[in-house]
Ligand binder design. Structure first.
Ligand code: NDP
Length: 241
C-alpha cells in the first residue's frame, strides 16, 4: 500500500497503536499530521517522520475542534487516541465516565466532523478509521466506562458510514484485542486477568501495535474501496471464543 501524496491525520500518534500507525504511514509515503498530548512524543515523532505535530488535550472539546481545523486539509483520518480508567461498575465515578466519553467518543466525533465538512465542501472522497475495541462487544469487568465509551463510538461509526458514504467517505471501526502498548500495561498487568484473556485468544498471543497498524492502513487504502461501515475485530479470534 502506497500513501504517497496523502495527508493523514492520526490522533493519539504519540504512543502505542497510533504511533505505530503514524510510523508505518510515513514509511509508505504519507504526510502525517499527528494530534496528541505529550509534547515529548510529538517532538520525537517529528524527528523520526517529519510529521506535522499539533499538541492538544482531546478531553477539551473547543481545543479539539481548533486542532482538527488546524490539521486540514487532509485526505484520510485515523481516530486512534483513547484512554481508560479501571473501576468496578459500583465504583465508576462521574468524573472518569465523562473523561472517557470525552476522549474516546466525543473527540473522534469532533475531529471527524471537521475532516468530513472540509471533504464534502471540496467534493473529495476519503476514509476514516475509528479505533474502537473488542470491549465494545463484550462486558469486561472494571471497564464499564471504557466499554460504554467504545460502544458509543461504534454507534457514531455506523451513522457516519450512512451519512458520509454518499459523499464518497468510507468509515470503518477497528476493534483490537489486548495490544502491547502503554495502555495495555495499565489495564492488563495483573497476570491472572491477562492469563484469562489470553486463554480466549485462539492464536495464543496479544497483538503487537504493528498488527493493528497494518489493518488500519488497509482500511484507509484504495484496496478497501468497498469496505464500509464495518466493525472489524483484529483479535486473534477472541470474538469467536
Ligand atoms: P496508549 O495509551 O499506548 O496511547 C494512547 C495515545 O493517545 C497516546 O499518545 C496518548 O497521549 C493519546 N491520548 C490519550 N488521551 C489523550 C488526550 N486526552 N488528549 C490527547 N491525546 C491523548 O494507547 P493504545 O495505543 O493502546 O490505544 C490506542 C487506541 O486503541 C485507543 O483508542 C484504545 O482504546 C484502543 N485499544 C487499545 C487496546 C490495547 O490493548 N492497547 C485494545 C483495544 C483498543 P498521552 O500519552 O500524552 O496521554
Amino acid at each position: 500500500m502506497d500513501f504517497s501524496g496523502k495527508r493523514v491525520v492520526v490522533t493519539g500518534a504519540g504512543k502505542g497503536i497510533g504511533r505505530a500507525t503514524a510510523l508505518m504511514l510515513a514509511r509508505r509515503g504519507a504526510e502525517v499530521i499527528a494530534l496528541t498530548r505529550s509534547p515529548a512524543d510529538l517532538e520525537t515523532l517529528k524527528e523520526e517522520t517529519g510529521a506535522q505535530t499539533i499538541a492538544v488535550d482531546l478531553a477539551d472539546a473547543d481545543a479539539t475542534r481548533r486542532a482538527a481545523r488546524e490539521a486540514l486539509p487532509a485526505d484520510l483520518l485515523v481516530n486512534c487516541a483513547g484512554t481508560t480508567e479501571l473501576e468496578s461498575f459500583l465504583d465508576v465515578s462521574v468524573e472518569n465516565f465523562d473523561l472517557l466519553y470525552a476522549v474516546n467518543t466525543r473527540a473522534p466525533m469532533i475531529v471527524a466532523q471537521e475532516y468530513a465538512r472540509d471533504m464534502v465542501a471540496s467534493g473529495r472522497s476519503g476514509a476514516i478509521v475509528n479505533v474502537s475495541s473488542c470491549a465494545s462487544f463484550v462486558g469486561i469487568p472494571d471497564h464499564a466506562a471504557y466499554c460504554a465509551s467504545k460502544a458509543g463510538l461504534d454507534g457514531l461509526t455506523r451513522v457516519m458510514a450512512k451519512e458520509l458514504g454518499p459523499h464518497g467517505i468510507r468509515v470503518n471501526g477497528l476493534h483490537p484485542t489486548v495490544t502491547l502498548t502503554p495502555m495495555a500495561v495499565k489495564a492488563w498487568s495483573d497476570p491472572d486477568k491477562a492469563g484469562a484473556m489470553m486463554a480466549r485468544i485462539p492464536l495464543g498471543r496479544f497483538a503487537e501495535p504493528d498488527d493493528i497498524a497494518e489493518v488500519i492502513l488497509f482500511l484507509l487504502s484504495d484496496e478497501a474501496a468497498m469496505v464500509h461501515g464495518l466493525s472489524m475485530p483484529v483479535d486473534g479470534g477472541y470474538m469467536i471464543a
